[in-house]
Structures are given as structure tokens and as C-alpha cells.
Design a protein around this ligand. Structure first.
Ligand code: ZN
Length: 80
């Protein structure tokens, strides 16, 4: 599995809309690929902050800005 697919499926992973098999493949990729693991941690953390501190979605431009600041390429439309 390559990085693009991992990043796209990461969203399904986080939403719980994914099979055990795909979840395993993503986990395996993250273990082998530090940049993707970093992106995953970032998304996870962002969601937790949003879930616990406010009810609004983080604006896409802000999300991208944060991602860029820590050196992650961010796709705003993962399901496109
Ligand atoms: Zn990767």
C-alpha cells in the first residue's frame, strides 16, 4: 500500500468506517512510514481537540496551515 492510499483511507480509519483488514494494512504502513505516521498522529490529535474543546469543524485553510507548519502535505478532499 502506498502513501496516497494510506492517507486517503486514514479518514475512514478515523471514522471507524473501515474493515479490520484495511485497518491492519494502514497500521502496518504507518509503522513503516514515519511521514504517514506523523500525518496520522496529527489528524488524530486535531480530531480529539475539536471533539473535546469545540463543536465546530476546524476550517480547511487552518488545518492545511497547521499541516504545512509541521511539514505534512495535506489533501483537503480525501474522498474525491
Ligand atoms: Zn507512507
Amino acid at each position: 500500500m502506498d502513501c496516497d492510499k494510506t492517507l486517503h483511507r486514514m479518514y475512514y480509519y478515523l471514522d471507524g468506517e473501515i474493515t479490520v483488514w484495511r485497518r491492519w494494512k494502514i497500521t502496518r504502513h504507518l509503522n513503516r512510514c514515519p511521514p504517514c505516521a506523523q500525518g496520522f498522529d496529527f489528524e488524530l490529535e486535531l480530531r480529539q481537540v475539536v471533539a473535546t474543546r469545540c463543536r465546530d469543524e476546524v476550517p480547511p485553510h487552518l488545518k492545511r496551515k497547521i499541516a504545512e507548519s509541521i511539514g505534512i502535505e495535506w489533501d483537503e478532499r480525501p474522498q474525491a
